[in-house]
Design a protein. Structure first.
Lengths: 202, 202, 202, 202
DNA sequence: AATGAATGAGGCTTCATTCAT
DNA sequence: GATGAATGAAGCCTCATTCAT
């Protein structure tokens, strides 16, 4: 169809802009990022950005949400394929580590955002928070079931789910920092091992 | 001495300003915070801020560093008092949870900063990073010694130290969010238990 | 002829655009009106406007002039049909009141324009001014003749012509405002009566 | 008092800015006027404008209202001093003509505004409208009383009040245009004569 | 001929910093 | 030492106009 062609171009532009926005927001943060730079990176004029998104904030939100939804979907899928609790936890850790290894800009953006929102106040991106909650909740359910089946100790599952979530973030951040020399697989194994066994003997 | 009196007043002003800055930066983040608001909260005129600090960035850095140094000193002291590895780890967790319970503004500021710096690039506050490293290093040494003494399993101690550090952050953040209904002592116990034993049986 | 057909279509488009422009300019004023809105109201694409008029300013001028010419022609015709001075003055008032009753958008546009041009400086629409002068001049001639024929008092005719012109505007504006509950005929009668007899006894 | 000095300077600045704003708004109209130009004319930096007024719109409103209030006060005072109806009407016309002779910029601004608001829609300056109503109302009361006392014919007083108001505007505008060679006193006389006696004999 | 995506100049506003008092 | 009025650079966003399709 004639329509389709235009739509394709338009979608392409939207994606280009979003991609540029990722990079700039990840590099500079929301406030320091300028529409001028995003436009330059996207290879379009400033005004063009506004043909695709109504405001800087909206680009930011869209950029953030896009990957948040992606990673969430991947995680859910991976958990679905895993059978036992330990497999599921491993799948969770692995999925996120692999995803962020490929999408560093998104990780940087969301870390900033978590920081910015520092405990829930930030003005933007409720969705990020919701998606975090979503992920924690999924993990929580995995843990609850595992407790019922005596696969793991009877612990405060929601708190533990958060801990696993943040441990994963912690490892990604160290990898991004370059502080981690281990292979990705080693880090996955390490994170799971630590989670599952703790650090103490027995 | 005449000098001393002035110095005392000057120090007092610096502290007042820093205290105001904390609150404002924690509430708004670096970019959204304005010198006008800091001055208002501090009860001085805008120009006065520049008599004590050369720039907004410097106030920010000073505010950040002050507490980072405080919490570091407290942590080191607490670790010094503890004897066994498990006591030391517990002391680490407890010190930080208690400190941040009292200094929420500092926690917010540093979370933002970690996010902002997203993996080491930020322009500000190298010191925060150094202090983080310092804390992780101290923990690392505790763990290394514990491994040598067979108090804990032979694990990658530095990675584990980071994990403990971030687990602690994770819990503080949830407490700030109000998502945590447990008492502070319960959370300390939970964090240590999780760290020490992991979530698996045995 | 093949040509004629195209011309007809083209003329039709021009008229459609002008009509849309009226409404938008009257509603929003020159600066607040956007080419986008005019295009939308006209039911064409933005680019199309530029096929028929070289610029926003030109559309504005054309819109303004169109009706100005119309009203002028109507006025002249009406004055031509009237015989005595009092009939002519009445015809003048009546023609304009009736015309603007039907073409409120034009009245609004020209009021804005008179205001904008505030005393002759505005960058647009010299023509409006010329047409105003034209109308005042015609009235002036009516009054001059009437003075010569002793139909009216010997007064400064040009100033009186302006006064009659503006009294008419004044009444139209009040009608548009809805402040006037009188019928159109009453208002015509009132305006003429006031002009002719003044407010004093005798 | 120490305070007074600053206050005086501040008031002076406000007045300077308002004065510059008058000129620029009168010259260009609201939309075409730029803060940059107002600042330049006022001899201050752009940012300084915002120390005295919160926005462009507010400067505009303040400029408009200031003189509107002035002229209203003058008019009321003049009417108060006059005794008979004819004196009052003459006083009304004279006050406004004299005021606007001195404050051409205000007249231009308000003409634009009347135009812009074209029949009550404009987004700004309700006050101008209210002040117009106020003036018309005062005149209306003068006329009503005159009718009761048989000083003038029994006419629709409110409509006549509007007519006098607009006749005055009409003459001011012609004077500003330079189209009027008569002296101010002649114009005052002319306007009153026309109002009082109309143009017809007897 | 018609379209509408793309452009980029230009406007309002904010705010860190300076400096005369 | 303290003040806060003044500055002006810089950012977001709008919209008239162009031009490839």
């Amino acid at each position: 169809m004639a329509r389709t062609k235009k739509d394709v171009v338009a979608e392409f532009r939207r994606a280009e802009i979003l991609d540029a926005a990722y990079r700039v927001f990840a590099e500079r943060g929301f406030e320091q990022a300028t529409m001028a730079e995003i436009a330059a990176v996207a290879g379009v004029a400033k005004g063009t950005l506004y043909l695709y998104y109504p405001s800087k904030q909206d680009i930011y939100d869209a950029a953030l949400r896009q990957s948040a939804v992606d990673v969430d979907a991947l995680t859910q899928a991976a958990l679905g394929r895993a059978r036992t609790a330990s497999e599921k936890i491993q799948a969770f850790i692995e999925t996120k580590l692999r995803y962020f290894e490929e999408h560093r800009d998104f990780f940087r953006m969301s870390e900033r955002e978590f920081g910015d929102r520092a405990c829930g106040r930030g003005p933007h991106a409720k969705h990020l928070d919701e998606l975090r909650l979503e992920q924690v909740k999924v993990l929580d359910q995995v843990l609850q079931q595992a407790v019922r089946r005596k696969a793991i100790r009877p612990i405060r599952t929601e708190a533990a789910a958060s801990a696993i979530f943040d441990l994963t973030r912690s490892i990604v951040m160290q990898r991004l920092r370059g502080a981690r020399k281990a292979t990705l697989d080693d880090d996955i194994g390490f994170a799971f091992d630590l989670t599952w066994k703790g650090i103490g003997y027995r």
